[in-house]
Design a protein around this ligand. Structure first.
Ligand code: FES
Length: 259
């Protein structure tokens, strides 16, 4: 059982990366010391109207610096986006299971599929895997405008971009790109809309492979109160059980998910 602490921390940088997508940085040893790739934090607002925290995935960790990248989708995220550098914000210690990277070893080929606002958690994952000596390729899909891909490319990570509009990179989606280019890997990780995760998982399953999929899109309150995040999963007896993405995920082995 994870113990959650909520800490007041000062915003060191808050900026808009792309229309409606913001990057927020804070410094805190307690928030970063045990943070794992694929985990999320709950961000609390000091407003009576906005009592429920906003779950936001961890985009990156650099020493004591924690970076969150989020999209404005409602009042809560809008309020966070309107804060200023130097303001104090309350953030929980990292939550969720994160990506299982325990089997990846030096030289392993790893592919990361990201879709839209599912890209941010893959930044920390890509950097961590590269540091471990893995051969990392990111395939990031966007509607039209891209974000974070250039930052990773600048670090020497192989990033392929696809867009629905065709304005940047490959015209199509991440799975079409993967199939057309006959790519293969030893391990696959993904974060993005359910429809993308399902398509990637189905294709890999047909080829005897699987993907560690972060189902974070489903999260509401982030701490077990709203039940809006429940999904069907097969247990070890292949019986269907309902699990909460915020408590039991957000990352699941795609073979266990009832798609
Ligand atoms: Fe509310 Fe899981 S997100 S119960």
């Amino acid at each position: 059982m994870q113990t959650k602490n909520v800490l007041p921390v000062r915003i060191t940088e808050l900026k808009e990366l792309q229309k409606g997508v913001f990057s927020l940085k804070v410094k805190s040893h307690e928030l970063t010391e045990n943070a794992k790739c694929g985990q999320f934090v709950n961000v609390y607002l000091d407003s009576k109207k906005l009592l429920l925290p906003r779950p936001i995935s961890i985009a990156d960790v650099n020493g004591d610096e924690l970076r969150l990248v989020f999209q404005v989708v409602g009042e809560g995220t809008k309020a966070i986006s309107e804060m200023k550098d130097g303001d104090t914000i309350r953030i929980s210690t990292p939550l969720g299971n994160g990506y299982d990277i325990s089997s990846v070893t030096k030289g392993d080929k790893v592919i990361l599929f990201g879709g839209g606002i599912g890209v941010p958690p893959l930044v920390y994952l890509a950097k961590t895997l590269k540091r471990m000596g893995a051969d990392v390729t990111c395939i990031f899909g966007y509607r039209d405008e891209t974000f974070l891909n250039d930052e990773l490319s600048a670090m020497g990570i192989d990033v392929r971009v696809t867009t629905d509009s065709g304005r940047v990179g490959y015209h199509g989606n991440v799975l079409e790109y993967f199939i057309e280019n006959r790519l293969r890997a030893d391990y696959y990780y993904a974060c993005g809309p359910r429809v993308m995760l399902k398509a990637v998982a189905s294709h890999l399953h047909e080829n005897g492979q699987f993907v560690y999929a972060s189902m974070e899109e489903r999260m509401g309150c982030g701490y077990g109160a709203c039940v809006g995040c429940a999904i069907d999963v097969f247990d070890e007896n292949h019986d269907k059980v309902r699990l909460k993405v915020c408590k039991d995920g957000p990352v699941f082995d795609s073979r266990k998910v009832v798609w």
